[in-house]
Design a protein around this ligand. Structure first.
Ligand SMILES: [Zn+2]
Length: 447
C-alpha cells in the first residue's frame, strides 16, 4: 500500500515544474524506445518499415517523426500472434494479469500486465482518484462494470487497495436495486461509476430506499467511462441528487485505468503522470501535433513510459479533447482537458463535424423544461448526412403547448448557433427514453 504525498496531491510529481517533467519524460522516452526496439517485434518491424533509428529519438518533440499506432494494428497483432500479440514485449512468464477492452468494433482487445505494470496502473489511478477527492480509509461503492475483464472492474479494486480505500465490489451489473440496498447497508463515503448511471441510481433511491440519495452520507463521486461527467448541467444534477462532490476521470484500457483526474476546481481533468505517460494532442485529420494551450482541441495520442508487457508508442486513442486550462489553484502543473467525444462517434452533417455529446450538452441547458435526455435518430448509414439531424428530446410533463413550442425552437436555435448544424427536434414524454442499464448511453440511435 502506498501513501499520499500531501493532503492536496497523491504524488509529488503532480506539482513538478513543467521543465523538470519534460526532462523526466525525455529520459524515460529514450529508455522506452530502446526497450521497444529490443523487446517488441511489432515496433522493431514498424521502426524498420518507417526508417526510424531508435537511438535518434531523444525528446518528446522527436515523437512527431514516428508513426502512429492504430487500433486495427493491435487487432491484427493479437490475431496473428496470440495470446497477447506481436507487441508483447515481456517474457510470457513475467505476465501476471490480462485485461480486456470493450472494443467498439466487437472483438475484444487484450492487454498483459507484469507486477511492475500493475504498480504503474495503480499509481496513475491513485493520482486521478485522489484529485477526485477519494482518500485512504474511505469506503467505496463500486458501480462501474465488474465483469468481462474490463478495467473498471478488478483494476479499480487494485487501485483502491493500493490507496487504502475499502472497495465494495458490487458492480453495475448487479442493477440499481441491489446497489442501493448495499448503499443503505454499508453507508459508503464515495461512489465510482459512469455519470449517467450514478444519476439514474440517485433517481431510483427514493423509490427503492424511501429516502433521497442525499440523505445517505455519500461525500464524493468519481465519474468516467463516458463523456458527460464534466458538463456543468450533469455535474450539478449529480451533486444535487447525491449531496456530494462529483468530479471526472478519464483513461482507457491500453495504458491503465485512469490517467486524467479532475481536481476541486472542477473545470477539467489534469494530466498528472508525466513520469509514466506521454500524452500528445493531434489534429485528427492531419496528424499534426498541437501545443496543449488553452482552447486547443484534438485527439489524444499516448506513449507509455516504463511499461513492460504491452507497451504502445503514439497510440491514437480516438478521444477528442479540448484543453480547459494550463495552470490551476490546486497546485498541479499538468494541463487540464475535457473530453468532447470519440472520433468514432463523430457525425458529419453537411460537412460539419459534430459530436453527439455536444448536442446533449446543449439540450442539458434547457433543464428543467426537459429532463436533459435526448437521442439523435440517424436514418442514414455511416457517419455522414446531408439532411438536418433528427433529435428527440424528453420534455417535462407539465409543459403547456407554448412551453413545448418554445423548447423545440430553443433547442433548434441553440444547436444551430453553437454548432452550425440544423436539427429538427421532436419532443417525447419525460422518462420515455431507455435509461442506461449499466454501461454507456448510446446517444445515436440507428433507425
Ligand atoms: Zn487543479
Amino acid at each position: 500500500m502506498a501513501v499520499p504525498f500531501s493532503d492536496r496531491v497523491w504524488s509529488e510529481i503532480e506539482t513538478i515544474d513543467p521543465a523538470d517533467a519534460r526532462r523526466i519524460q525525455d529520459e524515460r522516452l529514450q529508455q522506452q524506445v530502446a526497450y521497444l526496439a529490443a523487446r517488441s517485434a511489432l515496433y522493431r518491424e514498424k521502426f524498420a518499415a518507417h526508417g526510424v533509428d531508435p537511438a535518434r529519438v531523444r525528446t518528446v518533440e522527436d515523437l512527431a517523426d514516428l508513426p502512429f499506432t492504430e487500433k486495427h494494428e493491435l487487432r491484427e497483432s493479437l490475431a496473428s500472434t496470440p495470446p497477447l500479440g506481436a507487441h508483447l514485449a515481456a517474457d510470457r512468464s513475467e505476465v501476471v494479469q490480462v485485461q480486456a477492452s470493450s472494443g467498439t468494433t466487437g472483438s475484444p482487445s487484450y492487454v498483459g500486465l507484469t507486477p511492475s505494470d500493475i504498480q504503474q496502473w495503480c499509481e496513475m489511478g491513485a493520482r486521478a482518484l485522489y484529485a477526485n477527492g477519494f482518500r485512504p480509509g474511505d469506503w467505496m461503492l463500486h458501480a462501474l462494470g465488474m465483469s468481462k475483464g474490463f478495467v473498471g472492474g478488478l483494476p479499480v479494486v487494485q487501485i483502491a487497495q493500493y490507496m487504502g480505500i475499502v472497495d465494495i465490489p458490487v458492480g453495475a451489473e448487479a442493477g440499481a436495486d441491489r446497489l442501493l440496498r448495499v448503499l443503505a447497508d454499508q453507508r459508503p463515503d464515495i461512489l465510482i461509476g459512469t455519470p449517467y448511471f450514478l444519476a439514474y441510481l440517485a433517481e431510483q433511491t427514493p423509490e427503492v430506499l424511501g429516502a433521497a440519495a442525499s440523505t445517505f452520507g455519500v461525500r464524493a463521486l468519481s465519474v468516467g467511462g463516458e463523456p458527460g461527467g464534466g458538463l456543468p448541467a450533469v455535474r450539478d444534477k449529480l451533486q444535487g441528487l447525491w449531496g456530494a462532490t462529483s468530479r471526472e476521470m478519464l483513461g482507457g484500457t491500453d495504458f491503465g485505468v485512469m490517467y486524467w483526474g479532475e481536481c476541486e476546481a472542477q473545470d477539467g481533468m489534469h494530466f498528472h503522470s508525466p513520469d509514466l505517460l506521454v500524452a500528445e494532442i493531434i489534429d485528427p485529420e492531419t496528424g499534426e501535433v498541437l501545443a496543449p494551450t488553452d482552447g486547443a482541441e484534438g485527439e489524444l495520442v499516448y506513449t507509455a513510459l516504463g511499461r513492460q508487457a504491452s507497451p504502445l508508442l503514439r497510440f491514437r486513442s480516438r478521444d477528442n479533447v479540448v484543453v480547459t486550462g494550463t495552470d490551476c489553484a490546486c497546485g498541479r502543473t499538468g494541463y487540464k482537458i475535457r473530453c468532447v467525444g470519440r472520433t468514432d462517434d463523430m457525425l458529419i452533417v453537411r460537412g460539419i463535424n459534430l459530436f453527439p455529446s455536444a448536442v446533449k450538452q446543449l439540450v442539458s441547458e434547457f433543464v428543467p423544461v426537459t429532463t436533459g435526455e435526448m437521442r439523435i435518430r440517424a436514418d442514414f448509414e455511416g457517419h455522414t448526412t446531408q439532411k438536418p439531424l433528427h433529435v428527440v428530446v424528453e420534455a417535462a410533463d407539465d409543459l403547456d403547448e407554448a412551453g413545448r413550442a418554445a423548447l423545440v425552437a430553443g433547442v433548434e436555435g441553440r444547436v444551430r448557433s453553437a454548432l452550425n448544424v440544423k436539427v429538427t427536434v421532436e419532443l417525447l414524454p419525460a422518462f420515455s427514453l431507455k435509461r442506461p442499464d449499466h454501461v454507456k448511453v448510446q446517444l445515436v440511435e440507428r433507425v
